[in-house]
Design a protein around this ligand. Structure first.
Ligand code: S3P
Length: 172
């Protein structure tokens, strides 16, 4: 697809650390289409960070906002939409994404994911006694959902963002 020729919004799904935001942004730049990010939209609307929202309002509140934001973004504009790692778990979200977009699962293994998120404090779900074990549990529990994405691209430890963009473009 070239600039302005996207038939549907391309929705990046997958675990935290898979590269949804970095790859989504670079893909949008390459194609010359808008880049949309559900976490950023939620943060801007709430004027709080995602961790702050989890602490103050709880995860169920965040999930409701996430669904509303994804629904709005899918209706508003065609582009590349990066979602949070939990967005593709809810059936209602998968349904609207599959109706109005093309989902791309960025599939990175747990070791790769862990190395990308271990030094960051921006993932409220990993604020546990053993964040690595939590990440592995989330990974395994979520695989059956991510497998339902329309397309899949593998992300190894040493693959660059631009290489990931090439891989996504090869399957789109
Ligand atoms: C979440 C992932 C985060 C963010 C929130 C919940 C998850 O987004 O939406 O912390 O459930 O995996 P990233 O995947 O961009 O880290």
């Amino acid at each position: 697809p070239g600039a302005g020729r996207l038939k549907k919004t391309v929705v990046m799904v997958g675990m935290m650390g898979a590269g949804k935001t970095a790859v989504g942004r670079a893909l949008a730049a390459r194609l010359g289409v808008p880049f949309l990010d559900s976490d950023s939209e939620i943060e801007a609307a709430a004027n709080m960070t995602v961790p702050e929202i989890f602490v103050r309002d709880g995860e169920p509140f965040f999930r409701r906002k996430e669904s509303q934001v994804i629904s709005r973004l899918l209706d508003e504009e065609r582009g590349i939409l990066s979602t949070g790692g939990g967005a593709f778990l809810a059936e209602a979200n998968r349904k609207m994404i599959s109706e109005k977009g093309v989902s791309v699962w960025l599939n990175a293994g747990p070791e790769v994911l862990w190395n990308r998120v271990r030094h960051k404090d921006s993932r409220p779900l990993l604020r546990t006694a053993n964040p690595k074990a939590t990440l592995l549990e989330l990974y395994e529990a979520r695989l059956p959902f991510y497998r339902q994405a329309d397309l899949m691209v593998v992300s190894e430890a040493d693959v660059s963002v631009e290489q990931m963009v090439d891989r996504v473009l090869a399957v789109l």
